[in-house]
Structure formats: structure tokens, C-alpha cells
Write a protein that binds this ligand. Structure first.
Ligand code: HXC
Length: 262
């Protein structure tokens, strides 16, 4: 699954529990699949009940003894997140790895964005990430666990049509830094994964219809894959990264550094 078994020991996440928002989506699903393949059990939450439950059922087949629960939750609603955390603790025993990946996006200039459109994306991405961490933080302290926020590289420079998402991802990066400092002493690590252009994702399908041209612009000469993000997630969640806290792991083939063609 995502090639993790070729690089990592098969049971490094045995007895670990993952809680992931947006876990039925493309990138986050890959992250959870990789962790489950290496021994973890998981809860995935998403707004679409049918999609989330179907994804969880499919992911339960990754290992013969895997348990993956799918719950319908809108991350803008703190109470429903707290209930999902409670269900996870009751059914899986706690939370060791939190992945905050639920996000919303569409293409719109600042001129086209209504105040409610801007607020909607800020609420899903920023308030949703805050709510998720807040709901799960006591469990992470108990397990000396960790959180990974799924961010982006958009906000390192100005990207047109992405003002709302760029503002949201910048806020998430800041949130992670503060959590790293406030919760590091409690044994909880906080890090960011910042994917670049990843093929086969909802984000890229919306943002980049011409992915051949995008691939040519990436310094390593290809689009990223969902497995690239999954493998980086496994690294960050493993003991190999036990001293990595407050970091941003950019997984983009060098894309965001490109300023011009030559
Ligand atoms: C302008 C838009 C719009 C668009 C919605 N709005 N789509 N404005 N252009 N294309 C406005 C609406 O008119 C409304 O404002 C406000 O946004 C809220 O819209 P709703 O449809 O009521 O919101 P909601 O049902 O909560 O849906 C949220 C959503 C939707 C973000 C708009 O697209 C969604 O659910 N997305 C989830 C899936 C998703 O986006 N995945 C991709 C994530 S990828 P008014 O003023 O009319 O009330 C990602 C990667 C980022 O995040 C990095 C990439 C490199």
C-alpha cells in the first residue's frame, strides 16, 4: 500500500490509533491507508456520510485485523467533533496520531469572493483545524501523540484565485507552530505537511486542469503522487521523526522555489 512496506517495518504503528478529518478525500485517505497498512487503526471523519462510511469499509480491508471507523462530521461544529473523538476512544482506545486535513477550495479572485465565501473556507480550514485539535488534545497528551496539519505552499507567494485558501493555510501553519511550543512540553509534537502539485487529488483537479504543463514546471519533472504524501506522513509519525516538532515538511518536488523558466 503506497509502497510503505518496501521502506518501513510492517508493524511500526501497531496499537496506534489515527483520527483524520477529510479522511475520505484523496490526500488524507492515502495518509491513513499508509498508517493502517503499517499496523494502525483509524477513525476518518467527513461531511458526506455515505462517502466516509464507504471509504472506511474499504480501508478496513487493508489488513486482516484493521479497524477503520467512518463518521459523518462537519469540522465547523465542535460538538460533533468531540462526539467523534469520544466514539474513537470508546471503540479504538484513544488517539495517537491526529491528521487535520479537512479543507474547502474553489477558484475565485478577491473581487469574486463574497465575505461569506471567504468565511466559509476560513471556517472549514482554520476553525475546523482548531476545533479538531481542541477536541483531541487531551487524548494526544495521554498518548504523547502528535498532530499533522495538511497545509499547502500557496501562501509562500501570492497565488491568484487562492486568496481565501492562502490566508487559511498561513493561519494553519501559525497554529501548528504555537501548538508545537505549547504542547511540546506535554509530549505532543505538531508538524505541517505541505503538498505541492499532487496528481489525482480534488485540489489539483479544481486548480490545474492542464496537469501535463504543471508536471513540466516541477523541478523533478513529474507531478507528485498521493503515495509521496503518504510516505512523508509515515516518516513524520514514526520514531525517526521524534525530534521533529514545529516543522513544515514541503513535499512538492521543489515547485514553490521556481520563479521563472530558463
Ligand atoms: C465563488 C463560491 C464558489 C466559487 C462557493 N462559493 N463556491 N464563491 N466561487 N466557485 C461561495 C458561495 O456562493 C457562498 O457564498 C459561500 O461560498 C459558501 O458556499 P456553500 O456552497 O454554501 O458552502 P458549503 O456547502 O459549506 O461548501 C464549501 C465549499 C465547497 C468550500 C464552497 O467547495 C466544498 O464543500 N468543498 C469541499 C471539498 C473541497 O473543496 N476539496 C478540495 C480541497 S483541496 P454566498 O455569499 O453566496 O453565501 C485544498 C487544497 C488547497 O484545499 C491547496 C491546493 C494546491
Amino acid at each position: 500500500m503506497h509502497g510503505v512496506e518496501k521502506i518501513f517495518q510492517p508493524d511500526i504503528f501497531k496499537n496506534k490509533v489515527v483520527f483524520c478529518t477529510g479522511g475520505a478525500g484523496t490526500i488524507c485517505r492515502g495518509q491513513v491507508e499508509a498508517l493502517v497498512a503499517l499496523g494502525a487503526n483509524a477513525t476518518i471523519v467527513g461531511r458526506n456520510k455515505e462517502k466516509t462510511e464507504k471509504a472506511a469499509a474499504e480501508m478496513s480491508k487493508i489488513r486482516h485485523d484493521a479497524k477503520v471507523i467512518g463518521l459523518s462530521v462537519d469540522v465547523r461544529n465542535y460538538e460533533s467533533l468531540a462526539a467523534a473523538v469520544k466514539t474513537t476512544v470508546e471503540q479504538l482506545g484513544g488517539i495517537d496520531i491526529l491528521i487535520c486535513g479537512a479543507a474547502g477550495n474553489f477558484l475565485a479572485t478577491i473581487e469574486q469572493l463574497s465575505p461569506n465565501a471567504f468565511k466559509t473556507v476560513m471556517d472549514i480550514d482554520v476553525l475546523g483545524s482548531f476545533n479538531t485539535f481542541k477536541a483531541a488534545s487531551d487524548e494526544l497528551i495521554k498518548s504523547k501523540g502528535q498532530v499533522i496539519f495538511v497545509s499547502a505552499t500557496l501562501h509562500y507567494r501570492g497565488v491568484p484565485y487562492q486568496g481565501h485558501v492562502s490566508a487559511a493555510k498561513a493561519a494553519i501553519d501559525s497554529l501548528s507552530q504555537v501548538i508545537a511550543i505549547e504542547y511540546g512540553p506535554k509530549g505532543v509534537r505538531s508538524n505541517i505537511i505541505a503538498p505541492g502539485p499532487i496528481a489525482g487529488t480534488e485540489g489539483m483537479d479544481r486548480l490545474s486542469p492542464n496537469q501535463d504543463a504543471t508536471a513540466k514546471s516541477v523541478p523533478v519533472g513529474r507531478m507528485g503522487t498521493i503515495s509521496d504524501i503518504a510516505l512523508s506522513t509515515v516518516y513524520l509519525c514514526s520514531d525517526a521523526a521524534s525530534f521533529v516538532n514545529g516543522a513544515v515538511v514541503v513535499v512538492d518536488g521543489g515547485s514553490w522555489h521556481v520563479t521563472s523558466t530558463f
